[in-house]
Ligand binder design. Structure first.
Ligand SMILES: C[S@@+](CC[C@H](N)C(=O)[O-])C[C@H]1O[C@@H](n2cnc3c(N)ncnc32)[C@H](O)[C@@H]1O
Length: 179
């Protein structure tokens, strides 16, 4: 028979919903326009909802194309009590070029040679757009030329890549300096 687990002597008290509510903002934050997660070629609505929650958590905005199904996907996936900050991007390549021209750092989140490893990515000191790829085909080749840098999240398993919302969330937390 297995011996009972040894107690560490620490008593851990989980935060109650009431504690959490008291610690959070009462209203949504305004558009801080500092960090922008940009899944500009989305395929699955559920990933947009997940990314929107992360954006709320770190104070980022979400940039998405105005495909007819996207507003519904965001409504369905958004379990926040308030709407989050969404920017509509009709022409991804033109928009990315404009961001760069205006001094914004355009950071690709992608599996790429010579990419910065996530652990080495510093918090964003200037306005940054984190570009996320299509769930099956990644960031389109013509958008790669518009990236200033690329960050890759190292993987040691058998899977080729992470879910796009997971990858985007990890990078947003690093850029926000919250982990
Ligand atoms: C499921 S992946 C697409 C992979 C696709 N099969 C390809 O060959 O490009 C969808 C997106 O998630 C992000 N992603 C997934 N895993 C990643 C990783 N380990 N590092 C950086 N980005 C990642 C990228 O933005 C990627 O374009």
């Amino acid at each position: 028979m297995r011996p009972p687990p040894m107690s560490t002597g620490r008593s851990i008290r989980l935060r109650s919903n009431r504690d959490l509510r008291a610690a959070r903002r009462r209203r949504e934050h305004s558009c801080w326009d500092h960090l922008i997660a940009a899944p500009l070629w989305p395929l699955h609505g559920a990933n947009l909802g997940t990314l929107l929650r992360t954006c709320d958590a770190v104070g980022a905005c979400l940039a998405v194309p105005p495909f007819p199904w996207v507003p519904d996907a965001l409504d369905k996936g958004n379990t926040l009590r308030r709407p989050a900050c969404v920017h509509w991007v009709g022409n991804p390549l033109g928009w990315l070029a404009k961001q760069r021209a205006g001094g914004t750092r355009v950071l690709g989140v992608e599996l790429a040679e010579d990419a910065v490893r996530l652990a080495d990515l510093p918090a964003a000191r200037r306005r940054t757009v984190a570009v996320l790829g299509h769930e099956q085909t990644g960031i389109p080749p013509d958008a790669l030329d518009l990236l200033d840098d690329v960050v890759e999240i190292p993987m040691v398993g058998v899977g080729a890549s992470l879910n796009v919302a997971v990858a985007g969330s990890l990078v947003l937390y690093k850029l926000a300096g919250m982990c």
